[in-house]
Design a protein around this ligand. Structure first.
Ligand SMILES: Cc1cc2nc3c(=O)[nH]c(=O)nc-3n(C[C@H](O)[C@H](O)[C@H](O)COP(=O)(O)O)c2cc1C
Ligand code: SF4
Length: 693
């Protein structure tokens, strides 16, 4: 059972009229499913209830149609029709005794209203502030609008109560909720009783809380989520003002939910933010109010969590990503199974589901958002099928996850790894600057596998088709990974680019294998990034730290373009700039010659040469699929060898981020020995119900 030092995390605590059974508080987080996939989102919350969370929140819920954030897919509570979908979610949250919370968002200056075509309303008439600089402005709320808005909040609160929620969170953090827009002088430039002094800027929050309390306060707790520091300079809602605001309104909500600055700050990736990074901003605020405080900080260590409570910094441990990576985190602490915690790696892949309006994934927890769609559970596998033995070739993220999950199903698994370490690409990438936490992908699986008697691991085992046929395992999963291309093929060049053999060309594999000189002082290295995720930026960092003059050339308008979806892009640009990297955007590389690269403008095609000593090519990757192809060529021999199936998974099938690999490994393990579904859809989905024509 649990260690007594964690008892403090399991003490019940009241939030308004309710009592949370413990201190584990799943703060609001979206999932890319929202109103489009209500049952998938509800089942995901239900699994967290089973995992022991004391409080579970929805994602932000658009509480009125005059403020919505299309194209992002969140929840909606616009009319009574929305109640049943939300009721399904609150029911799921409460099954195992968690309190169910709903976050009400009025997006104000952050809502472009593309879908409803309503004129956006905000404290002051300013351009809408979104990721995409939409060409839309808000109209300033007049007094009648403010009265209307207060009533809309009450209507939403009443609907939330009918939908079964115990807690209502008023969203005023991350620049996304109207409470912050009123509180900040940057977005509230009013000269009436709602603007100017902090007292005036707080008026709207006080009025809404009072209105909701009158309407549903006897049964529903009200929490307020505010940013700890808007981090936009003098005009912003600073940490000092947050403290003043809390002191001035000490007993306003039933709980203060404190979350740092912009979303990028709050959900900072591990590359730029340590666990508990918000401690300094939150410390001391609890003493300004009699109400409990929840705070966040990618908490995965129970010792850090217990310290936060013991030292009186927080009353509740807020978790978004740690609850995604391991929905059973509280239960594992309670059962004394600390080693079984699947720690979040801080890669922010979960956020990309929201940013790409798809559905979220988690690198560590491949079952995230598949609880209803595929019936996957994060802790339990389906029963073992008729076969017994499986050979997994390759111990990268796909092979490791397949091995772990197959072993859990009860198969006898043999894992063959060509090198002397587990982890494949992760074993190498975890050594790159800022990526050490990614190693948890390996650590978690390595430990889980070590606990099972039905897995045998062989190192130094680069297998041939002949070897595999001779072994005679019933099933073979080929998870042999991929390697970076040296020939420049990616998006700009779909066939190899002209490269003079006189130029030194490195790939990320070379750099991870340390083939380059340790000291590159006096050398100029061009990093050509046509991959656009993190690797180009990381490679530039490695080169700069080795002393090289680094010129990063990319056909994109942004450094590490795709990391805008993981909320890292700004921080990467800053880091490279701080390291003195010369960033050349909107430029490709047309040819590599002796002593120089020839670059071209993405728009005009105009060419310019850059003199350099080496080119670090971050283009695309090639699957290591030779073994698979050799086995396919010998398909006629499979039956005699006792082989029923050979499948290729992960990067070996098609290179992609690590989350794709763990998903592929998990899927392989789930589907082994299951009936062929033919052309049927391999997941459940919800289709919009048609109204009468
Ligand atoms: C995928 C994802 C979606 C999020 N969506 C919301 C949201 O809808 N409302 C909100 O207030 N915060 C949202 N957040 C921020 C989290 O609530 C939390 O404050 C932040 O991630 C820091 O906590 P963590 O380190 O435990 O992840 C989201 C975070 C993530 C990772
Ligand atoms: S996707 Fe990455 S950051 Fe998000 S919860 Fe999973 S491991 Fe953590």
């Amino acid at each position: 059972m649990r260690d007594a030092k964690y008892d403090i995390l399991f003490e019940p605590l009241a939030i308004g009229p309710h009592v949370a059974k413990n201190r584990f508080y799943q703060v609001p987080h979206c999932n890319g499913g929202g109103y489009r996939d209500p049952s998938a989102a509800a089942a995901m919350r239900g699994v967290k209830s089973e995992g022991g969370w004391g409080v579970i929140f929805t994602e932000q819920t658009e509480m009125h149609h005059t403020s919505e954030i299309t194209p992002f897919i969140e929840l909606r509570l616009w009319e009574d029709k929305d109640i049943p979908g939300l009721r399904r979610m609150s029911d799921a949250m409460k099954v195992h005794g968690a309190l169910a919370g709903i976050q009400l968002a009025y997006s104000g200056i952050n809502g472009p209203n593309f879908y409803t075509k309503e004129v956006p309303l905000a404290p002051s008439a300013l351009p809408i502030r979104t990721f995409t600089n939409d060409p839309v402005q808000a109209r300033a709320l007049d007094r009648t609008d403010i009265r209307d808005l207060r009533r809309w909040f009450v209507n939403a609160a009443k609907r939330s109560k009918i939908a079964g929620f115990d807690l209502i969170c008023l969203y005023g953090a991350h620049g996304f909720g109207i409470f912050q827009h009123f509180l900040s002088r940057a977005t509230n430039q009013r000269t009436d009783e709602y603007g100017g002094s902090l007292e005036n800027r707080s008026r709207f929050a006080r009025e809404v809380v009072a209105d909701i309390r009158d309407a549903v306060g006897d049964t529903t707790a009200i929490t307020m989520r505010v940013s700890l520091d808007e981090t936009i300079g003098e005009l912003g809602f600073s940490n000092a003002e947050v403290r003043e605001f809390v002191e001035m309104n000490a007993d306003l909500p039933d709980l203060w939910d404190l979350a740092h600055g912009a979303w990028e700050d709050c959900s900072g990736p591990s590359r730029f933010k340590e666990e508990g990074a918000q401690e300094i901003l939150v410390k001391g605020i609890r003493e300004l109010s009699t109400r409990p405080v929840v705070g966040v900080g990618r908490f995965t260590s129970p010792d850090v969590m217990a310290r936060m409570i013991r030292q009186g910094i927080l009353d509740f441990i807020g978790c978004a990503r740690p609850s995604i990576a391991d929905p059973f985190l509280p239960r594992k602490i309670e059962e004394g199974r600390i080693e079984d915690i699947r720690e979040c790696i801080g890669c922010n892949m979960c956020i990309t589901g929201d940013m790409t309006m798809s559905i979220s994934r988690c690198t560590q927890n491949p079952t995230f958002m598949e609880e209803w769609r595929k019936g996957w559970h994060p802790e339990r596998m389906n029963e073992k099928g008729e076969s017994q033995t499986v050979l997994v070739v390759g111990a990268g993220p796909a092979g490791l996850e397949a091995t772990r999950a197959l072993a859990l199903r009860g198969y006898d698994v043999t894992l063959a790894e060509a090198s002397t370490t587990l982890g494949g690409r992760v074993a190498r990438e975890r050594l790159l600057p800022g990526l050490s936490a990614w190693g948890r992908v390996v650590d978690y699986r390595q430990y889980q596998i070590s606990q099972r008697t039905n897995v045998e691991t062989y190192f130094d085992s680069r297998l041939t088709a002949e070897d595999v046929l001779a072994f005679g395992f019933e099933h073979v999963a080929i998870a042999t990974g991929s390697h970076w291309r040296r020939d420049g093929v990616a998006r700009q060049h779909v066939v190899p680019m002209p490269i003079d053999a006189a130029m030194t060309i490195w790939t990320p594999d070379d750099i991870m294998g340390k083939v380059h000189p340790e000291n590159l002082a006096g050398k100029t290295v061009v990093v050509y990034d046509d991959d656009h995720y993190y690797m180009g930026g990381v490679m530039a960092e490695v080169m700069a730290k080795a002393g090289a003059t680094v010129i990063l050339v990319t056909p994109s308008a942004y450094v590490s373009d795709w990391t805008r979806n993981t909320l890292e892009q700004g921080a990467i640009h800053v880091r490279l700039d701080d390291l003195g990297v010369d960033i050349r955007l909107n430029r490709g590389v047309t040819a590599i010659r002796a002593g120089q690269v020839e670059t071209n403008c993405t728009y005009t095609g105009r060419r310019k040469a850059i003199a350099c000593d080496a080119v670090l090519m971050v283009a695309s990757r090639l699957s290591e699929d030779a073994l698979y192809n050799d086995l396919l060529a010998r398909q006629g021999d499979w039956a005699d060898a006792g082989i029923k199936s050979v499948k290729i998974i992960g990067d070996a099938a098609a290179p992609a981020p690590i989350a794709w690999a763990t998903y592929a490994g998990h899927r392989y393990a789930r589907e082994l020995d299951t009936p062929d579904i033919g052309d049927a859809l391999p997941f459940r989905r919800e289709v919009t119900q048609l109204e009468p024509a």
